[in-house]
Design a binder for this molecule. Structure first.
Ligand SMILES: [Zn+2]
Length: 291
């Protein structure tokens, strides 16, 4: 089953409701980063919330979400766009904490801040920050939308791992109220959400993104379209070369003399890029040309 997102308007067109299945991309993240169970769920939730959020912005925009918490996960990062591509990493992938009946994600995240950076490409880069609310991720997204963007939102994200650290299912939804939503509709939405089963339960029952939307809004919704989601990293050797050039001539000379080669690793996909002595000399030349 492939990952995808369904977009809809619901409740008489007063809310937008985006639901997604992200099992495959969370599995991909787990494989790339060798995530242990607690890290799988935490990063899986961040990737899921981020990719749904990314779909709410315009094409070409890039969003980066950073969770800087003081817990054992040592922070997490996710980058996404409006085309359903997401990638991310966690400071410490080898976290496995057992709680009473579930993995204590909030404890693993810790206290700190969540930073949201919007790169609107043609215009500017904006970063807004909030204090981590619960560390359960979904609540933190909801608080961000309400506090930073003044858009009342409900967010639910579920990632479940099995006893073998296998990703059973992952997904979620974001519901956002548009301005001018009548009071009785707000009440109706709240009632629906409070009687809705937990998102993990819906996913466990095999609910597709469309079925999640149906469970929330009944027939009072209009599906707009669906979009494929994937774990995609767009790194390349040229980006790393530019990064090395920016270290400057002195630093590169030092690396050339001390090690004779440079090995860089992409944080997002773990691809390695090797630079031998000849490459480094070429980069040193490039720093002079850039003067
Ligand atoms: Zn990469």
């Amino acid at each position: 089953m492939e990952d995808y997102l369904a977009k809809a308007y619901a409740f008489g067109g007063t809310v937008r409701l985006y639901a997604a299945r992200t099992t495959g991309l969370v599995y991909e993240a787990q494989k790339i980063h060798d995530l242990w169970p607690t890290a799988s769920v935490a990063l899986g939730r961040l990737l899921t919330g981020s990719v749904i959020m990314g779909a709410m912005y315009e094409e070409g925009n890039e969003l980066t979400l950073r969770i800087q918490g003081d817990g054992p996960l040592e922070g997490m990062v996710a980058t996404t766009n409006a085309s359903g591509e997401v990638r991310g990493y966690v400071g410490n992938p080898h976290v496995f904490m057992q709680g009473k009946d579930k993995l204590p994600i909030a404890q693993a995240v810790g206290n700190g801040e969540m930073h949201v950076t919007k790169d609107l490409k043609v215009r500017d880069i904006f970063t807004s920050s909030i204090k981590i609310q619960s560390g359960e991720i979904a609540e933190d997204f909801a608080y961000y939308f309400t506090a930073s963007e003044q858009i009342p939102s409900a967010v639910a994200i579920g990632v479940e791992v099995g006893t073998e650290n296998d990703i059973q299912h992952a997904g979620g939804f974001i519901l956002q109220r548009m301005p001018g939503c009548p009071e009785e509709t707000i009440q109706r939405i709240e009632n629906r959400l409070s009687s809705l089963p937990e998102i993990t339960e819906l996913l466990r029952d095999g609910h597709s993104p469309e079925a999640i939307i149906q469970a929330i809004a009944d027939d009072d919704h209009q599906l707009l379209h669906t979009m494929r989601l994937s774990y995609t990293c767009n790194c390349n050797r040229e980006n790393f070369e530019r990064g090395l050039i920016s270290l400057g001539k002195q630093q590169l000379k030092k690396l050339l003399e001390e090690d004779g080669h440079i090995e860089t690793v992409c944080h997002f996909c773990r691809t390695q890029y090797q630079f031998n002595a000849k490459d480094i000399r070429r980069l040193i030349d490039a720093t002079q040309r850039n003067r």
